[in-house]
Design a protein around this ligand. Structure first.
Ligand code: ZN
Length: 453
């Protein structure tokens, strides 16, 4: 058995693990690198594996840093199945085409404005290639063993995090290899708790927040305060939000705040992202795999006015303040939020509210770190609005919650690989596991190959 770390090693994006087991070559996750330019450029290198030589791909969940490289894999010759849960399949159905669409549009915009170094600027893949990828997605049930070959099975179990997110347990004879995927938080209002797993010989565990604890304050109290302070000075709350998961959680809490008169019932709320709107519809459809009833999910999503058309999105910049405006992308790396930031960030009355992880080097990360201006579409935009960050909306377990998930294992894995974290987070988390649990850990580097025997 052999594992190669082709992404999410030393960074949080680009998740890709090649597992050679029982004579088969399996790829666990197939994500895009995001964030710093040096990372993004990795997406443009030739695929680090021969796609035609792969036997199967297994996805933990639909986030693009786990699924967004699939169109390149298919274009490069992969023709096998991509296994995932039904929720992940449905979400990929909106996330991947949108990713291709945004890449096309960004390339086109760069060409029109002439600020790309490449002439002409090309998308990594287009919407059509992303759509063609979808037919290879093969949905399987949670908690059922799926046979890949002689004595080789795998099982997907709920990981919380986002709709359809799963951990992967591969079993070959007596050996068990567990991939945590991205782990959600226990006891949230909307998502299920990550299921603990009793056995692993080898564990590949994420460490996004491996060196940090979230603010455990009540998310509704925090949201209420930010909204009322901003509205009090006549400003709007602008929320760059991940379209999938976070947007629906926000709508749920905003709906509850309105229902209990903690914020003004007539404060306009806009969900300005076709993808977030589609994700909200999926959230209602898949109510059996999250905590809200069909009825509550529909009422919560109904708190916002859906803005599908680009023309209507632009009009929002000139509509009456105050309002709450939720738009993608969550790290302000692309999407409609960029136009809104150009318009709203220079006004002191407004609040830019960040509710999710900001990968190093992204615009969102720079704004959260307090940079006074950021470049958008080749133009410097001053940040005068108040910048707030509410980490309690995170879809990721923090250090204590990750440690708690690890307590589910009845005995220590032979080796635990710590991945999917910035270097500091992974190192701190590995040390914590060794110190507190006495487990053998390793923080692999990008491109590392390890024998598992
Ligand atoms: Zn994720």
């Amino acid at each position: 058995m052999k594992i190669s770390f082709l992404g999410a090693a030393g960074t949080v994006t680009g998740s890709k693990y090649l597992l050679e087991i029982a004579g088969k070559r399996l790829l666990i996750d197939c994500g895009l690198f995001q964030g710093r330019k040096e990372l993004r450029l990795r997406n443009w290198r030739p695929p680090p594996i021969d796609p035609a030589g792969l036997d199967a791909v297994i996805l933990t969940h639909a986030h693009l840093d786990h699924s967004g490289y699939l169109p390149v894999l298919i274009r490069s010759g992969y023709r096998g199945a991509i296994y995932c849960t039904e929720g992940t399949k449905d979400l990929c159905g909106i996330l991947l085409p949108d990713s291709g669409y945004l890449m096309e549009r960004d390339a086109e915009y760069a060409n029109r404005k002439g600020f790309s170094k490449h002439h002409p600027a090309e998308p990594l893949y287009n919407q059509r290639e992303a759509e063609q990828t979808l037919r290879y997605l093969h949905a399987i049930e949670f908690n059922a063993d799926f046979k890949l070959g002689d004595d080789l099975t795998f099982r997907l179990q709920p990981a919380g995090h986002i709709l359809g997110a799963a951990t992967v347990t591969l079993t070959w004879r007596k050996e068990k290899i567990v991939f945590s995927g991205d782990l959600g938080r226990p006891n949230t209002a909307t998502m299920v708790d990550p299921v603990k797993i009793p056995e692993a010989d080898y564990l590949i565990c994420e460490s996004t927040y491996g060196d940090r604890l979230h603010d455990h304050a009540d998310p509704e109290d925090a949201l209420e305060a930010v909204i009322n302070e901003t509205v009090g000075r006549g400003g709007s709350v602008i929320i760059p939000s991940f379209a999938v998961g976070r947007s629906q959680t926000l709508l749920y809490h905003i709906w509850r705040l309105k229902m209990t008169d903690r914020i003004a019932g007539d404060l306009p709320v806009f969900l300005d992202s076709p993808m977030a709107i589609n994700a909200s519809e999926l959230f209602c459809k898949h109510h059996k795999i999250h905590k809200l009833s069909d009825e509550t999910a529909r009422a919560a999503c109904g708190v916002a006015e859906y803005v599908r058309e680009a023309e209507d999105s632009k009009k929002l910049d000139h509509s009456k303040m105050p309002m709450i405006l939720i738009s993608a992308s969550g790290m302000a790396t692309g999407g409609r939020i960029l136009h809104h930031l150009k318009h709203f960030a220079p006004d002191r009355r407004n609040t830019l509210l960040f509710v999710g992880f900001q990968a190093e080097g992204t615009r969102g990360d720079r704004i959260v770190r307090g940079e006074k201006e950021v470049k958008i579409h080749g133009q410097m935009v001053p940040i005068r609005a108040e910048v707030r960050r509410l980490e309690m909306f995170s879809a990721h377990a923090d250090q204590s919650e990750l440690m708690d998930w690890l307590t589910g294992f009845r005995s220590p894995p032979r080796l635990t690989f710590i991945t999917h974290g910035e270097a500091q987070a992974s190192a701190t988390f590995a040390e914590k596991i060794t110190n507190d649990l006495g487990w053998a850990t390793m923080v692999p580097k990008l491109g590392d190959v390890h024998r598992l025997d």
